[in-house]
Design a protein around this ligand. Structure first.
Ligand SMILES: Cc1ncc(C[n+]2csc(CCOP(=O)(O)OP(=O)(O)O)c2C)c(N)n1
Ligand SMILES: [Mg+2]
Length: 789
């Protein structure tokens, strides 16, 4: 193997060409920030050629351009299947420049031609109204990673290579990005990678020393500390350091050779062995100046090699006329006349350096995962039905039943290797045990005799990092596979922001015809707010739903199935759907089952409906009892039994909501009910007592424009929690049956003396409840043994 620092890895001829290609990409990156005319500097530069508003991030681009050129060489030499992930995605111009130079950009956007006219458009559209953003974006060919919000590159890269044995994800990690929590934990992903069945990630730490306004931590620790850090994470770092282009090309070429050969070597050995040891994968540390090759000093301040190179290093405008010449010199330093022919096209001998066809990183189909997506082979979910002879007559653990279905989804797709479950250590506690009948947790660190369900190869990915689970799953989906994330409801908030970014990605990609639909991002939130009596307040938070509904209605779906058969029906739908984020909240404890599978399918298809068997309104209700979520449904039905016993003349309509977005008007959400349909269900004037799983104001938010909104009285989680009994959690938040009955009495006129008596009784019950649990440490028998009748 060649030494990384061996002087003559590249022939002088190849080195010159690679350097020219790098200059071309640097030229295009600068052009995107500054120019809207005179793209090849055929005339002396004037202010009229400069964009009116200068935006963009120069600092990261030259280093990333350098990396890209060297990756291209590796792809060509080894016929690699490689994608490029730009961690500090603010180097959007890098990916745009390179995909333009290699030709993919113009294939996707024929209007951006490979000539002077096309260059002018390429430059103008950047950071311009109606154009493209400064960081890698969905519009950018070859990208599955936005990089606007830093921290997720390495987890996306790993997600992309799981079950893609021939794929290498080259992942540029910003040294600032590396300080984020999400990225810091991502280095551990190598303990979850199987070298036989998965591909490889080549991390390239872009140690340009600075973030926006500060040095980076990793740039200011000793070589030894840096080396030990990454060795400690299980990597084998190869350092490339310097600023002299010629030397750096040789060093980088040597490092790339070494890294790619090491990857091939690891894979070859592993694929010949039955149980390979966990390898120490190579990584590259590129220590180069921020804003490399850019202006050295401007107005007396050092720019290259400093944080001042981060964004626009040179303000070129009327106030700074002398900067025009500096920009012109800077751009001429790349010698565009040697790089582009008279028509403005990259000269043929440089075009040769780019890989061909789908090997071009901008055209790699893995980066447009929908192209590769195959439907899952689905078992018939109805075969997993819980037999429900009459409502409430049997109990089951909803997620436990769902686990059987997931088990068979896994089994049916074992050979395709295109489905995985991700979770932060909660697959068992969320009762999905059945999946371990057919698979394992993939674990490539040491395994001990007493461990359960761990193996080098498995469909379940568990690490106690919600960030990593989310990032892996996103990478997996974006490259055309299927999966789900199961988490505690309270702690899914940890990835609120990652969900945001993915939802934004889906919104934009839906507007790009060349980006093909991908499998939906599916969340199973079990261990929910009402099932945390033993864990207490810290574990009680249903607010992820509030967060999710902020996003585009065309993207987000929220389901709260009341029982196992509904849960199965919902998941059958979620696993078939495309381009959505599906959030499903479900219970994991034994709970009454309400609907037969046939009824469940009908109910979930509608998403909302009257439960006739629980209602006695015969079309003319006095009150509507609405419920959404498994626990609120149970409490509502318990309240109904009390009401029907003590106020038999009261006409009650019970409505259950599975699909939360039904509540929004149809002009706001594609699932929303029309006002007419809403009014038919909820009437225009009758009181509605709404028992909701989450924070009550979410229901108001969704229904505020409905005719009967002022009569909707919502009970939900009011941030009252502690370690107490399950039922007491409901009482503390006034969502329990007794409070619901009190609500009905308060809201329905003319309940008369019987109503007054019942009110008294409910208040007494609440006192009795509190005394009972304080004395006995458990709920009253009438609560524990309650059954629908
Ligand atoms: C999570 C997050 N926090 C803050 C920012 C704002 N921000 C944009 S670029 C940047 C510095 C990035 O530094 P680095 O990763 O070293 O990238 P490079 O030096 O290559 O530009 C920051 C803090 C962000 N984009 N994302
Ligand atoms: Mg940096």
């Amino acid at each position: 193997m060649k030494e990384p620092y061996a002087e003559k890895v590249l022939s002088p001829e190849l080195l010159n060409k690679m350097d020219a290609y790098w200059r071309a990409s640097n030229y295009l990156s600068v052009g995107q920030i500054y120019l809207w005319d005179n793209p090849l500097l055929k005339e002396p530069l004037t202010l009229s050629h400069i964009k009116p508003t200068l935006l963009g991030h120069w600092g990261t681009s030259p280093g990333q351009n350098f990396i890209y050129v060297h990756l291209n060489r590796m792809i060509k030499e080894h016929d690699l299947d490689m994608i490029y992930i730009s961690g500090p995605g603010h180097g959007g111009p890098t990916t745009v420049s390179h995909t333009y130079l290699e030709g993919t950009y113009s294939e996707i956007y024929p209007n951006i031609t490979r000539d002077t006219e096309g260059l002018k458009k390429l430059f103008t559209q950047f950071s311009f109204p109606g154009g493209i953003p400064s960081h890698v974006s969905p519009e950018c060919p070859g990208s599955i990673h936005e990089g606007g919000e830093l921290g997720y590159s390495l987890s996306h890269a790993f997600g992309a290579v799981y079950d893609n044995p021939d794929l290498i994800a080259a992942c540029v990690v910003g040294d600032g990005e590396a300080e984020t929590g999400a990225l810091a934990t991502s280095w551990h992903s190598n303990k979850f990678l199987n070298p036989k069945h998965d591909g490889a990630v080549l991390p390239i730490l872009h140690l340009n020393g600075y973030k926006i306004a500060n040095p980076t931590v990793l740039a200011r620790i000793s070589e030894e500390e840096l080396d030990c850090l990454f060795r400690g994470y299980g990597w084998s770092p190869i350092v490339v350091e310097g600023s002299d282009p010629e030397l750096m090309h040789q060093k980088m070429a040597g490092a790339m050779d070494k890294a790619i050969l090491a990857i091939k070597d690891i894979q070859k050995k592993a694929r010949e062995q039955h149980q390979p040891d966990r390898p120490r994968w190579p990584m590259i540390i590129l220590r180069s100046p921020k804003g490399w090759t850019g202006p050295k000093v401007v107005d007396g301040y050092p720019i290259e090699g400093s944080y001042r190179a981060h964004q626009v290093p040179l303000q070129v405008n009327e106030q700074n006329p002398e900067h025009l010449r500096l920009l012109e010199e800077w751009m001429h330093s790349y010698k565009p006349e040697e790089l582009f022919d008279k028509n403005g096209r990259l000269v043929p001998e440089l075009q040769e350096l780019a890989p061909k066809g789908d090997r071009r990183m901008g055209a790699n189909p893995h980066a447009n995962g929908g192209l590769l997506l195959k439907d899952l082979k689905m078992p018939n979910f109805k075969n997993y039905a819980v037999n429900v002879p009459s409502p409430g007559s049997v109990k089951a653990a909803d997620t436990g039943e769902l686990g059987n279905f997931f088990r068979d989804v896994i089994q049916k797709n074992q050979d395709e290797r295109n489905f995985r479950i991700f979770g932060p250590d909660e697959v068992l506690s969320n009762r999905l045990n059945a999946v371990f009948d057919v698979t394992h947790r993939q674990w490539n660190a040491n395994i001990e005799a007493n461990d359960e369900f761990l193996a080098q190869d498995g469909r379940v990915m568990e690490i106690l990092s919600e960030h990593l689970c989310e990032g892996w799953l996103e990478g997996y989906l974006l490259t055309g596979r299927h999966g789900l994330f199961t988490s505690y409801e309270a702690f899914i908030h940890i990835i609120d922001s990652m969900f945001n970014q993915h939802a934004k990605w889906l919104k934009i990609t839906a507007e790009l015809p060349w980006r093909k639909p991908i499998a939906s991002l599916n969340y199973l939130l079990a261990s929910h707010v009402w099932q945390q009596a033993h864990n207490g307040f810290t574990h009680q938070d249903p607010g992820f739903l509030d967060h999710v509904v902020n996003k585009k209605a065309s993207i987000i779906r929220v389901y709260l199935p009341p029982d196992a058969n509904c849960l199965l029906s919902v998941w059958d739908h979620c696993l078939r759907s495309r381009d959505y984020v599906n959030v499903v909240v479900a219970g994991k404890y034994q709970a009454p089952q309400w609907l037969t599978m046939e009824q469940a399918v009908a109910h979930c298809t509608e998403g909302i409906g009257v439960w006739d068997w629980a209602s006695n309104d015969e079309g003319e209700p006095d009150v509507i009892m609405a419920c959404c979520g498994d626990v609120p449904t149970l409490e509502t039905l318990a309240a109904v039994t009390i009401l029907r016993k003590h106020l038999p003349k009261l006409k009650i309509r019970v409505i259950n909501i599975v699909d939360l977005m039904k509540l929004q008007p149809d002009e706001e959400h594609p699932h929303g009910l029309s006002d007419d349909d809403f009014d038919i269900l909820f009437t225009k004037d009758k009181p509605i007592i709404f028992a909701f799983h989450g924070y009550p104001w979410l229901i108001h938010r969704l229904t505020y424009r409905r005719a009967n909104h002022e009569n909707i009285h919502v009970r939900g989680y009011k941030e009252e929690g502690t370690i107490t009994t399950t039922f007491d959690m409901m009482v503390l938040n006034e969502l329990d049956r007794f409070h619901l009955v009190l609500d009905v009495i308060r809201r329905v006129p003319h309940v008369g003396v019987d109503g007054a008596k019942l009110k008294h009784m409910m208040k007494a019950k609440l006192v009795e409840h509190t005394e009972y649990i304080n004395k006995n440490g458990k709920d009253m028998p009438e609560i524990l043994n309650w059954k629908w009748s």
